[in-house]
Write a protein that binds this ligand. Structure first.
Ligand code: C5P
Length: 290
């Protein structure tokens, strides 16, 4: 048996540079892992894959990315045997926080441990990229500049530990739709990633907060004005930066003052329908050693 954590991420910047021949978009994004995480327990079984999740309504078949990750390694590494995966789900689903990718990353690393496959991190990231663009980051964590489809990783110095408030409005956003809408109406404002990386190298959280831009935010926000409302609430609460993560719909606020983040979390719980999590930027440790 092995227990592995899968961590939520936010995009501190997200730029789109163009459409590729394979239909994906060339992106340049600074990604950051958070302390908020799912917990997966993997157990060997004679054959086949079974999955149990502790929240209702989530797929437990091949539509689940953790299932697909386990199936891929069983197939490609010629594993004789199966796996049962139990998921304790804490990361909001379909939120722009890479929750599904986090579980897939945990399943890949978990299978590597459980069956002693001896795959390197690079090999795991290669398998991950075949399942989803965010999975290589979910296997890496910390603070990363990601390019290509999002699968090319450059480790950066860690973003200083900062309180992060997450508020997910009760709306559904499809990632392919967000990218298509971007193509139809590309917004003018792009992040200056070079300036952001420089600010990060100096550990200047305030400059980073000023330079945080997500090109998908205007696109998703136009369809879901609740996102603009949540960002305004975050700023009123004292957030140095309030932005949408990924293709949304989750809004995150970076708070220099953890008490202000806690007060703002309470206000969100009182006054909105948001799913609210108070967390912080974090490096990640995936394997739980008991
Ligand atoms: O890779 P993943 O399956 O997570 O991507 C989901 C969808 O998001 C893709 O089918 C594509 O429409 C869009 N996408 C993109 N360019 C990227 C990443 C995702 O167009 N770099």
């Amino acid at each position: 048996m092995v227990t592995i954590f899968g961590y939520a991420k936010i995009n501190l910047t997200l730029d789109i540079l163009g459409v590729r021949d394979d239909g994906y978009h060339e992106i340049a994004t600074v990604m950051q892992s958070l302390a908020l995480r799912d917990e997966l327990t993997l157990r060997q079984r004679a054959e086949g894959i079974s999955l149990r999740v502790d929240v209702p309504g989530l797929e437990t078949d091949a539509r689940n990315l953790a299932y697909r990750a386990a199936a891929l390694l069983i197939e490609e590494c010629g594993i004789r045997g199966g796996v049962h995966i139990d998921i304790v789900k804490r990361v909001p689903v379909a939120a722009g926080l890479a929750g599904g990718s986090a579980d897939a990353a945990a399943a890949l690393r978990g299978m590597n441990e459980l069956y002693g496959l001896g795959l390197t991190d690079e090999e795991l990231r290669g398998f991950g990229a075949r399942i989803g663009s965010d999975i290589p980051f979910s296997l890496t964590g910390g603070t990363v500049f990601a390019t290509g489809r999002g699968e090319i990783m450059e480790r950066l110095s860690d973003f200083p530990e900062t309180a992060v408030l997450l508020a997910k409005p009760p709306v559904a956003v499809s990632t392919p739709w967000a990218y298509r809408s971007y193509d139809a109406h590309p917004p003018e404002k792009h992040p200056d990633n070079a300036a952001f990386l420089q600010a990060l190298a100096h550990g200047d959280v305030h400059a980073c907060a000023r330079l945080a831009v997500n090109v998908l935010q205007p696109v998703t926000e136009a369809a879901h004005p609740v996102i603009a409302d949540y960002r305004a609430r975050m700023r009123t609460g004292g957030a140095a930066c309030a932005m949408m993560s990924g293709s949304g719909p989750t809004v995150f606020g970076l708070f220099a003052d953890a008490a202000a983040a806690a007060h703002t979390a309470e206000a969100f719980r009182r006054e909105t329908d948001a799913e609210v999590h108070l967390t912080r930027t974090a490096k990640m440790t995936m394997i739980k050693r008991t």
